[in-house]
Design a protein around this ligand. Structure first.
Ligand code: PLP
Length: 280
């Protein structure tokens, strides 16, 4: 497996990370995960744009979009992976440990690829989720390397026999620990607006585009945990989890406990989009 770090393509297992990398001390950086289906990137431009936007938000300067795109293509081409996920991160730079931005350091890019099968089983059957308070910072729209809160939240799910933790701020559902959350009530789709309290998922945006194009009514509007408990359907989305139905929340079944019709419809439309990509 060939990965990229700080200007070099190297054998992944022999990679040497610089000890002064600010990603290491501070999680001082941003990242993306891009899906590869049948050897082709899915929504590459959207991910690249969001990486640039995240870097801009936290004032990581001197990042070139063209360089990012080139590295992404190069890593994909150097590895024979058909269905995979490409991880790319950009740290603020390499410097002795000091909180303030170092003078003259350049962003450090790391990229690696791994095989990632589509999550067919859970998309078919649905998963369990639990809810908890969202105690993250107020810049959740930045895809920051600082994921300690998300890690704690995901582990809470694992320890409670669930697949995902759905977070809420003062009772309003924001998102999952690594996913965006939707509910369906009386045929209308609801999801939290794309503000500073959530990461505006690329899959979230794809789902909203599909809803728009197929006359599925939707509202980007906050809803509460009790609203969600009484919803007909709930699902979450992400690059690797695609559209995953949630059939049980905090031990109570959602709707009649089976995967709902709107979720199925969106899954099938999303699937068509992926398949179309393959035949390009
Ligand atoms: N929300 C959070 C906190 C995430 O970490 C992620 C993805 O990892 C998402 C939402 C989903 O975003 P995307 O669909 O772009 O993968």
């Amino acid at each position: 497996r060939i990965s990229y770090y700080n200007g070099e393509y190297v054998n992944h297992d022999e990679m040497r990370i610089k000890s002064g990398d600010r990603a290491f001390y501070f999680g001082d950086g941003v990242y993306e995960v891009v899906r590869i289906y049948d050897g082709r990137f899915f929504t590459l431009d959207e991910h690249t744009d969001r990486l640039m936007a995240s870097a801009e938000e936290v004032m990581i300067r001197g990042l070139e979009r063209d360089e990012i795109v080139e590295i992404l293509h190069e890593v994909r081409e150097r590895n024979a992976i058909t269905d995979g996920a490409l991880y790319i991160q950009v740290s603020r730079g390499i410097a002795p440990r000091d909180h303030s931005f170092p003078d003259g350091s350049k962003p450090v890019i790391y990229a690696s690829i791994r095989e990632a099968k589509r999550p067919h089983g859970q998309m078919e059957e649905g998963v369990r989720a639990v809810t908890t308070e969202d105690y993250r910072w107020l810049k959740c729209h930045v895809k920051s390397l600082n994921l300690l809160a998300n890690v704690m939240e995901k582990q809470y799910a694992v320890e409670n026999g669930a697949k995902e933790t759905i977070m809420h701020r003062d009772g309003v559902v924001t998102e999952g620990s690594s996913t965006n959350v939707f509910m369906v009530r009386n045929g209308t789709l609801f999801t939290h607006p794309a503000d500073n309290l959530i990461l505006n998922g690329i899959t979230r945006q794809e789902v909203l585009k599909l809803a728009e194009a197929n006359e599925i009514p939707f509202r980007e509007e906050g809803f509460t945990v009790p609203d969600m408990s009484e919803a007909d359907e709930v699902f979450y989305t992400s690059t690797t989890q695609e559209i995953t139905p949630v059939t049980n929340i905090d031990g109570r079944q959602v709707g009649d406990g089976s995967v709902g019709g709107t979720t199925r419809k969106l899954q099938s439309l999303f699937n068509k989009k992926i398949t179309q990509l393959k035949s390009v």
